[in-house]
Design a protein around this ligand. Structure first.
Ligand code: ZN
Length: 261
């Protein structure tokens, strides 16, 4: 069962990790040592213990999302019940993760998934009709049975993002560093694009152990951040790039839910 992996090797999974921080990947020779370039890059992730899906999986993420060829969606739209959270950021050496206070969730197919954290990749991991964005945000939700729902949001260069402004001025710079905004609150609801059209498909974690069985929703409309905000993330050490390459679709169906439906 795919989900058992989530619990046998939690320290590996950015998408699946619970609230506690994993050891920073700075100590040489750590078994958790993986990254995005050269000998620790994605083409070697499958060699990590418990991470064979990274090399041998058939339903992996990210994928090239294409409007043409996506099947009109007939599922119920996810229902977001997000509340404000304190701002707790941790640089885990693979991304900057915003751990989210308890009490926010998304409802998918009658099940409730709790928002655990969101984080960023540069450049975007998915592509949309061949286009790659400078950043992609992943909102990671989990239920009590180990089910994982990830909502992806593309970020394009544009107006400064007010919701993330204070946080992105205080991003934790080095692996292992934390940054908490003492009086800072953030509401992830304000980070979703206004028009909630999305692609939906079955995929995986995009970090080791690349566990499959993850329900993906990727919003078709990007949100905006300023050039300076995007640059604030992109100049953090080790995190540019922090994006896995596109994976084969292998016959999977990609659904497209448009706002008019
Ligand atoms: Zn991610």
């Amino acid at each position: 069962m795919a989900f058992s992996l989530l619990f046998t090797a939690p320290a590996f999974a950015d998408e699946a990790r619970p609230w506690s921080a994993s050891p920073a990947p700075t100590a040489e020779g750590e078994t958790q040592h993986w990254g995005y370039i050269e000998s620790i890059g994605p083409e070697h992730w499958g060699e990590l213990p418990g991470a064979s899906a990274c090399a041998q999986g058939h339903s992996e993420t990210p994928i090239a999302l294409e409007t043409r060829g996506a099947i009109p969606d007939t599922h119920l739209a996810p229902y977001f019940q997000y509340r404000p959270s304190h701002v707790h950021m941790v640089n885990n050496g693979h991304t900057v993760e915003f751990t989210y206070d308890a009490g926010s969730s998304v409802r998918v197919n009658g099940r409730e998934y709790t928002l655990a954290q969101f984080h960023f990749h540069t450049p975007s991991e998915h592509t949309e009709d061949g286009k790659r964005f400078p950043l992609e945000m992943h909102l990671v939700h989990k239920d009590s049975n180990g089910g994982v729902v990830v909502v992806g949001v593309f970020i394009k260069e544009g107006e400064p993002n007010r919701v993330l402004d204070a946080a992105f001025s205080h991003l934790p710079h080095d692996p292992g560093a934390h940054s908490d905004l003492e009086h800072g609150f953030i509401n992830a609801a304000a980070l979703l694009p206004r028009e909630q059209a999305y692609f939906q498909y079955q995929g995986s974690l995009t970090t080791p152990p690349c566990t499959e069985g993850v329900e993906w929703f990727v919003m078709t409309k990007p949100i905006e951040m300023s050039d300076a905000q995007i640059a604030a993330f992109q100049r953090l050490p080790y995190l540019n790039p922090n994006s896995r390459s596109l994976q084969p679709l292998n016959g999977r169906t990609v659904y497209l839910h448009t706002a008019s439906r």
